[in-house]
Ligand binder design. Structure first.
Ligand code: GLN
Length: 192
């Protein structure tokens, strides 16, 4: 099994480290040639969604990745990665892949609470540590979208078929639970 990690900006190295701890092969997507190889899953890391969105287009990665997600490639979007997947942003005119039927609010916790840590339940995973860094949250979900995590009444984790989006950064903790959950999805995909 091989996982692609979008590596044009943001916290991609932490995802690589997490996957290597789990003994899973990964590689960085930095340019169009990186997309020539086969892979079983895609990680969109945290960072700055506006910068990543712009680079995705400039580096001509956008259309291929969008098509692969639409065709069923498992994808995990963390923080800015969730923003890239969202069908709608309530406080931003941009839309990136728009493949995940949710409305997301960027920087939803405001300045006072820009970074915080909690432990909370993720459906199918259990209680895990969550680091929020200028995090978005999900304001509403479309049909068929499953809420997998909530913190203080706000939706911070969703799943829609092959797509998982979380507001927090699971890759900066010691806990491998969410990555294992994602890899299970990739495993079933690679067998089809
Ligand atoms: N605030 C960032 C954005 O809007 C996301 C922050 C993060 O990924 N840690 O893109």
């Amino acid at each position: 099994m091989k996982i692609a990690i979008l590596s044009v900006q943001g916290a991609f190295i932490e995802h690589e480290k997490m996957l290597s701890r789990l003994g899973v092969q990964s590689f960085e997507i930095r340019n169009k040639r990186d997309l020539e190889q086969e892979f079983d899953g895609l990680i969109l890391p945290g960072g700055e969604s506006t910068v990543m969105g712009k680079l995705l287009k400039e580096l001509d990665l956008f259309d291929t990745l969008k098509r692969k997600i639409e065709e069923g490639l498992p994808v995990l979007g963390t923080c800015a990665g969730l923003i890239l997947l969202a069908e709608r942003l309530s406080n931003d005119e941009n839309i990136y892949f728009g493949t995940l039927p949710v409305t997301v609010r960027r920087n939803a916790y405001g300045k006072q609470l820009s970074s915080f840590y909690v432990e909370a339940e993720v459906a199918g995973v259990g209680k895990i540590p969550m680091n929020f860094i200028r995090a978005p949250y999900v304001e509403s979900i479309g049909a068929d979208t499953e809420v997998i995590a909530k913190v203080d009444g706000n939706i911070v984790g969703v799943k829609y078929h092959n797509q998982i989006g979380v507001s927090f950064h699971p890759e900066v903790t010691e806990c491998t639970g969410l990555h294992e959950y994602f890899l299970n999805l990739c495993q079933s995909y690679s067998l089809t």
